[in-house]
Design a protein around this ligand. Structure first.
Ligand SMILES: Cc1ncc(COP(=O)(O)O)c(C=O)c1O
Ligand SMILES: Nc1c(O)cccc1C(=O)C[C@H](N)C(=O)O
Length: 404
């Protein structure tokens, strides 16, 4: 079993060690939930203060032009595009993931007849939105097990919603293989990359993906409720129509034209006025990624996972690792099965190890390479081992409350 000297040796060779100080993490906490809400980058707090006091407080409405607020969704989209492996002008930062899913499913399914399908084991918002889109369009709707998606991409399917990294198990789908199959049948896939972006290396252009959405408050550290993003490959942009025709998506917004004409480009997927404070917080957090090589970041995630998994296997025979062991088949969190996962997570949070619980029986731990050291994993797994060996979790009262 790996021990502290092993972890310290890995920390000495860690190319991302300097990033930890860029985050404002509280003392006495090992934060293993960056896959749900990313930690606060110190520079984001400073930027928010400057934007509020100066750009809003002093420059007032002039900041739409002077501080280029108006172009923030595109500007931030271009930064996100680099993490997706696509080009400038193909991504826009806006709305929530749920709203962006709605826009892209309606747009994609609107180009041809056919059913809408979604994964039965996906994060519920994806299935809710897909089913409602099918109802609005009068199309058949089918739920498919994630593992059955390849076979489900058949000729009568207009659009499929697929999440690359599953929110519970972290199992990772093969974008290139699914796109290849979808192309053969003229089906469009809307990818949800909420648990992928900023965690696993992505190359959507190479893999043939043309539509995607995702969150910014997880591995991108954009803050609670940070604006999400959407990607539409440039070749498709003029062919797809957003179901939300708002003035920010108009070809000439300041003409205040009575007739809606969608912008010719990615801006047609904007609705109304965008949340500037949140967008600029996200813009600031993305500066962290400017100097991050995603392959190297992923290599650190793999080291953190291997360390975590080896220690859990040695210390906690009652916990079963649900996440695939092959790095090519998973994302950057680890899921452990136990019938009393909620009590265990609550006991760990009381001891400063913050992970989360997903009903009914999964304990989830995010392995975010920018904020975690290998020694953190050593200490955290040591505490998990103590809680399991002592049975301390059995005394935890669950009072109808939820653990997010
Ligand atoms: C796969 C996936 N999609 C979407 C969401 C959330 O969407 P929204 O930002 O609209 O709440 C989450 C997590 O909250 C998620 O895990
Ligand atoms: N988006 C969240 C929220 O608004 C409240 C609590 C948690 C979340 C999450 O991000 C959940 C997360 N997508 C998950 O993977 O379970």
């Amino acid at each position: 079993m790996p021990t502290l000297p092993d972890a310290e040796a890995l920390d000495r060779a860690d190319p991302f060690a300097e990033f930890r100080d860029r985050f404002a993490l509280p003392e006495g906490v090992i934060y293993l939930d960056g896959n749900s809400l990313g930690a606060l980058p110190r520079s984001v707090a400073a930027r928010l203060e400057a934007v509020a006091r100066h750009e809003w407080g002093e420059r007032l409405i002039r900041s739409w032009n002077e501080a280029d607020w108006w172009n923030a969704p595109r500007r931030i989209g271009d930064r996100i595009a680099r993490l997706l492996g696509v080009s400038d002008g193909e991504v826009i930062a806006t709305d929530s993931t749920s709203v962006n899913l709605f826009k892209l499913i309606m747009a994609a399914a609107g180009t041809r007849d056919g059913a809408i399908i979604a994964e039965a084991d996906n994060f519920p918002t994806d299935t809710y939105v897909a089913e409602e889109a099918a109802r609005l369009l009068g199309r058949p709707f089918r739920l498919v097990a994630g593992s059955g998606m390849v076979d489900a991409l058949v000729a009568d399917v207009a659009a499929a919603v697929i999440t690359q990294v599953n929110y519970r198990t972290a199992a990772r789908a093969d974008i290139a293989a699914l796109e290849e199959r979808a192309r053969r049948h003229g089906t469009r896939i809307v990818w949800d990359l909420s648990h992928s972006i900023g965690a696993v290396p992505l190359d959507l252009a190479r893999d043939g993906a043309s539509l995607a959405v995702g969150c910014s408050y997880k591995y991108l550290n954009g803050g609670p409720g940070a604006p999400a993003w959407l990607y539409v490959a440039s070749a498709l942009q003029a062919k797809l129509r957003s179901p939300i025709a708002g003035w920010w998506g108009h070809a000439d917004a300041f003409a205040f034209d009575g007739q809606y004409r969608p912008a010719p480009d990615i801006a047609r997927f904007l609705g109304g006025t965008q949340p500037m404070l949140s967008l600029l917080a996200l813009e600031e957090s993305l500066t962290l990624f400017e100097r991050v090589d995603m392959d190297r970041l992923w290599a650190k995630s793999v080291r953190l996972f291997d360390l975590f998994a080896a220690r859990i296997e040695a210390l906690c025979p009652e916990l079963t690792i649900l996440t695939p062991r092959d790095p090519a088949l998973r994302g950057s969190h680890i899921a452990l099965h136990h019938p009393d996962a909620q009590r265990i997570i609550t006991a760990l949070i009381e001891r400063g190890v913050i992970g989360d619980y997903r009903a009914p029986d999964i304990a989830r731990f995010g392995l975010t390479p920018l904020t975690l050291s290998h020694a953190d994993i050593l200490y955290a797994t040591g505490i998990i081992g103590d809680v399991m060996a002592s049975g301390a979790w059995r005394d935890v009262a669950i009072e109808g409350g939820r653990v997010t």
